[in-house]
Design a protein around this ligand. Structure first.
Ligand code: TIU
Length: 237
């Protein structure tokens, strides 16, 4: 076990073991984030989601430098849509459904340009990318096995959208016994009100689903941990 770190957070400081913690980056996909893409075609303002890219890029870089795993997810479906429940397929704008041709390829279909992660946050070699058919990252995926194999017990959760895929995943993770720290400036919603309330809901009632902190607080802890691990690495060599 590595030395525990503490991050100032709501509703209370978040303690975690860097050796048992992963950064989870949820659905930072072109279909949701690019101007002209699926998200915008539904009338959403993608600028609200795009504010996440810069702080999240910095957090991903710091996580990699600290030697902690970064796990990415993508929401999407097989080309024949056999993993898409009819109820999901039939919902939404009838002119822009999952599998229809969009500006960046077939909407939310695996292998299409729009389904992949934005260039600024592209996974690097060796990082796990979980393809998920649902909103939650645990449903019908290998995420639980990936975390168990790596001994991960805490998740630093980022991505989009706050009230949909981030919330669903945090709730799934919480019920499975993971401690989740949600990063307020590294999650985004098309709806400012949902962003605010979504974050409040996580930390309410003594942290009913988890903790909330901004990326600056986490960067401080990761940098301090890096300094500490450099010292202990020298000591144990
Ligand atoms: N990733 C994710 O949140 N999927 C969505 O469909 N989100 C919406 O807010 N629509």
């Amino acid at each position: 076990m590595t030395e525990a770190q503490r991050i100032p957070a709501l509703p209370a400081p978040f303690s975690f073991d860097p050796g048992a913690t992963a950064l989870l980056v949820i659905d930072m996909q072109r279909d949701f984030l690019l101007p002209g893409g699926f998200g915008e075609s539904l009338g959403n303002d993608v600028a609200l989601l795009r504010t996440v890219i810069e702080p999240l890029a910095a957090l991903i870089a710091a996580t990699r430098a600290a030697g902690m795993p970064v796990i990415h997810t993508r929401e999407g479906h097989l080309p024949d849509l056999s993993d898409c429940p009819p109820a999901k397929l039939e919902r939404g704008n009838p002119s822009q459904r999952i599998g229809d041709p969009g500006r960046f390829g077939r909407i939310l279909v695996r292998g299409e340009y729009g389904h992949d992660i934005v260039d600024e946050l592209a996974p690097i070699e060796g990082e796990v990318v979980i393809d998920k058919p649902g909103k939650g990252a645990f449903y019908a995926t290998e995420l639980a096995e990936v975390l168990a194999e790596r001994g991960i017990r805490s998740l630093i959760v980022t991505g989009v959208t706050t009230e949909v895929c981030v919330h669903t995943t945090v709730r799934e993770a919480n019920d499975r016994g993971y401690e989740c720290l949600v990063v307020s400036d590294c999650v985004g919603s098309y709806f400012p009100e949902f962003q605010r309330v979504g974050l409040e809901m996580i930390a309410a009632q003594g942290g009913i689903f988890g903790w909330v902190a901004d990326s600056a607080a986490i960067l401080d802890a990761l940098t301090a941990g890096l300094a500490g691990s450099a010292t202990s690495a020298t000591g144990s060599a």
